[in-house]
Design a protein around this ligand. Sequence first.
Ligand code: NAD
Length: 263
Amino acid sequence: MDLGIKGKIALVTAASRGLGRGCAQQLAAEGCRVAICARGPEAAEQAAAEMAASTGADVKGFAADVGRVDDIDALLTGVRASLGDPDILVTNAGGPPPGTFASTSIEHYDGALRLTLMSAVHLIRGVMPAMQAKGWGRIIAITSISVKQPIGNLLLSNMARAGLTGFLKTVATEVAPAGITVNALLPGIHRTSRVDQLVEDRAARENKSSEAVYQEMMATIPSNQMGDAADFGAAAAFLASAQARYITGQNLLVDGGSYKGLL
Ligand code: NAD
């Protein structure tokens, strides 16, 4: 199916690997001109070059830490100068550190809110005027299954993503008349370096092998397999498509059936 987004300009943050990269790769494969960022210039440029080589698309890599407002401003300036104003924005950032209420000190809250919530707010504020002027836009935020079903030992992530979900729904309603959709994509468990880190953390805390923890996680997934970045990227590309124009304000799970609730 032609998704009708060939030639659109897409910005995907935190995309040198993992789910962000899966989204960027799929958008490039659909013929978008794609900008990605990661904290280090080498990782961003290398990932961009690999995606350009595998898809034939124009993919540019930028260094930006999305937890820093100055970096976001410089990123948006760089993307506008090299590709133009984004038509499609996928917001993503590394996950905040794991921890419980008891183990999380008050100093860590600000950083988590800056990384997981405010990065998306700054990015969306940055791209919105041009999308409104064009009368077309697609905003997709990578959040988590935790916004429907909070995950133990991920206090900061649960908190910040819940706030982001409220922000996205409010903005979706406000910008719908301008032809802009705003949705969240909620990963369940996809095999990425973030999941590898969480497995190591849990294995150490529970005095188990990493393999035992992987098996326990797999047992919670009805499809009996972890997702991968390509599964996730395909869902993002559809939400970015012309055909998805009537889907907005939604939270779409990509979780192999892991979520236990009805809605
Ligand atoms: P990952 O660790 O595989 O990749 C993270 C990417 O973000 C890398 O490209 C890294 O360079 C970049 N990055 C990290 N911090 C950054 C920053 N401050 N500024 C710019 N770039 C930064 O992680 P992932 O599994 O792809 O996860 C992406 C997001 O989805 C995370 O917030 C994670 O918590 C969330 N999530 C992932 C899963 C999963 O199953 N993988 C499940 C639920 C939620």
